[in-house]
Design a protein around this ligand. Structure first.
Ligand code: GDP
Length: 539
């Protein structure tokens, strides 16, 4: 069985080894959409899913929920794009690019095996890049850096390397290096191949590579093409990089400690293909995952997967929910029966979906690293494990991300209390927001926390649209949440917490909300026996 081949002529091992599943992380406007399109262009996308589809489909108003996306001109949802390139099968996990990004973005990173960090050459490392980077860092996944917009005025590349290393605390290894004067680059020098790739003005796909006959940067042939001054500068830069820079070390890259850095321009296509090729070579194939039964090897024959995202009501005529799963091990076949571990139920995966421009495509086979959408009969939750083992095992806990926006919500019409509670319960299960209780106020009102403001808007919209409940949503002036841990919690009042608020999460663990980092720091100093944890530590 282990050596049997599929319809493409590959064994399971080969299918795993040829896959690359990654997310592009960046601050809005750095050029993620442009880069994604260019990558698809090289592969000729074979399947388009999620948000690209949603953007296209929204003109047909397929979903009420998508009204928000339309009105705001943004994508709330995120999914996956799949294409083939040079024998590889590539899954790009799409993440919402909007400022008001949500937990969805973080969760999507849980399904990625590596990340491409896109940086605007003029702006450097921006806020959202930092946030997303940290999540990747925590997971220890390899991070590749693409410095974009090299076709126009950008910052000095040494400065960018330094900023990256300082702000993100990661070492960087420039794989290629801009050639020419600052802000007027003519191309990049490929350090490994000792090759200059010239950048041709506005030409959309214009690019040619000039190999070195000597395999060295001081090849006089380069001087001729580049001009003496640019060539001298390049020689100096490369010498400095070779002397003062880090050495390339694949083990460190794979451990997420060293980021290979590329320079280019997504808009003009410059440097995109060399980046893609090197990235595919260096990025890891699908990784296994830790579980209650030890590490699960992707090449094991036994199918397993986890839910990382739930999306509701993509079609308003039947109120369906779709659970997106990432396959961890084994071969997925349509119609297979698997165990939904949290409920213990056996579920038949009859209509696995992959999304094409406007229609859903049923897929027959999928492999570790792939993402598929399943109709959710109302049992799936974020982080749930699916497997075929009789006993069943669970993948390690899905992290809870600290919310940064808080509001008190209650139904405007108290007669609608039942629907309100039902809606809140279901939407929480789906992972739309995190729900907390304020012990004094019982069930009339909830405190909700979200990673992005937009999630609160979506909550309001969906409670009305799907449950017929108008809510009153009052924003609370807190931005930092910490789970309180320690022996004396609840027994002795905490000090220095006048401006903070204490609430309980759904497992009844106390959580303190602070207005800002400063009040958190003050409270931490005043209560040395208390641990202010970023996330609940529950087993
Ligand atoms: P996203 O918000 O990260 O998805 O960014 P987009 O791909 O939508 O790009 C934002 C803007 O930057 C658009 O106007 C793009 O045309 C522009 N842009 C993207 N890549 C480049 C590039 O390499 N050079 C230049 N000059 N502009 C770019």
């Amino acid at each position: 069985m282990a050596d049997s081949v599929d319809k493409d002529g590959f064994t399971l091992t080969e299918e795993v080894q040829r896959r690359r599943t990654f997310a592009i992380i960046s601050h809005p406007d750095a050029g993620k959409t442009t880069l994604t399109e260019k990558l698809l262009l090289y592969g000729g996308a074979i399947r388009l899913a999620g948000s690209v589809k949603a953007r296209k489909a929204s003109k047909h108003a397929v979903s009420d929920w998508m009204e928000i996306e339309k009105q705001r001109g943004i994508s709330v949802t995120s999914s996956v794009l799949q294409f083939d390139y040079d024998g590889y099968r590539i899954n790009i996990l799409d993440t919402p690019g909007h400022q008001d990004f949500s937990e969805d973005t973080y969760r999507t990173l849980m399904a990625a095996d590596s990340a491409v960090m896109l940086i605007d050459a003029a702006k450097g490392v921006e806020d959202q890049t930092v946030k997303l980077f940290r999540v990747c860092r925590q997971r220890g996944i390899p991070i590749f850096t693409f410095v974009n917009k090299l076709d126009r005025h950008g910052r000095n590349p040494f400065e960018l390397v330094e900023e990256l290393e300082k702000v993100l605390d990661i070492r960087a290894y420039p794989v290629n290096w801009p050639v020419g004067e600052e802000g007027a680059y003519k191309g990049v020098y490929n350090r490994k191949l000792a090759q200059v790739e010239m950048f041709e003005g506005d030409a959309k796909h214009g690019q040619w590579a000039m190999p070195s006959t000597l395999g060295r940067v001081d090849d006089p042939a380069f001087a001729e093409v580049l001009g003496e001054e640019a060539h001298r500068q390049l020689c100096e830069d490369i010498e400095l990089l070779d002397m003062a820079g880090d050495e390339f070390d694949l083990a460190k890259v794979r451990a997420g400690e060293l980021t290979p850095m590329f320079f280019g321009s997504a808009l003009t296509n410059f440097g995109v293909q060399p980046f893609l090729e090197e990235f595919l070579r260096l990025a890891p194939p699908p990784r296994g995952r830790r579980s209650t039964e030890g590490d699960i090897d992707p090449e094991s024959e036994r199918f397993s997967a986890f839910v990382f995202k739930i999306q509701a009501n993509m079609n308003p005529t039947h109120r369906d929910r779709l659970a997106f799963i990432r396959i961890v091990s084994g071969r997925f076949e349509r119609g297979m029966v698997v165990r939904h571990v949290p409920s213990g139920k056996m579920v038949k995966l009859a209509q696995p979906q992959q999304f094409m421009a406007q229609e859903r495509t049923i897929i027959d086979e999928a492999y570790p690293g792939d993402v598929i959408g399943l109709f959710d009969p109302g049992i799936f939750g974020i982080g749930d494990t699916l497997c075929v083992d009789n006993k069943g095992f669970s993948f390690e806990d899905f992290p809870v991300f600290p919310p940064e926006h808080f509001a008190r919500v209650q139904a405007k019409d108290t007669m609608k209390r039942k629907q309100f509670i039902k809606g809140m319960t279901q939407l929480t299960q789906e992972g739309a927001v995190q729900v907390f209780r304020q012990p004094e106020i019982g069930v009339e009102a909830f405190i909700v926390g979200a990673v992005g403001m937009l999630q609160l808007e979506v909550l309001e919209y969906r409670l009305k649209g799907e449950y017929g409940v108008d809510i009153e949503l009052r924003n609370l002036p807190y931005s930092v949440a910490r789970w309180l841990e320690g022996d004396n919690i609840g027994k002795k009042p905490l000090k220095g917490m006048d401006s903070a608020m204490i609430i309980h999460d759904r497992y009844d663990q106390p959580v303190a909300l602070f207005r800002n980092e400063w009040s958190l720091r003050y409270a931490t100093e005043q209560n040395s026996s208390v641990n202010f944890a970023l996330a609940p530590s529950r087993k």
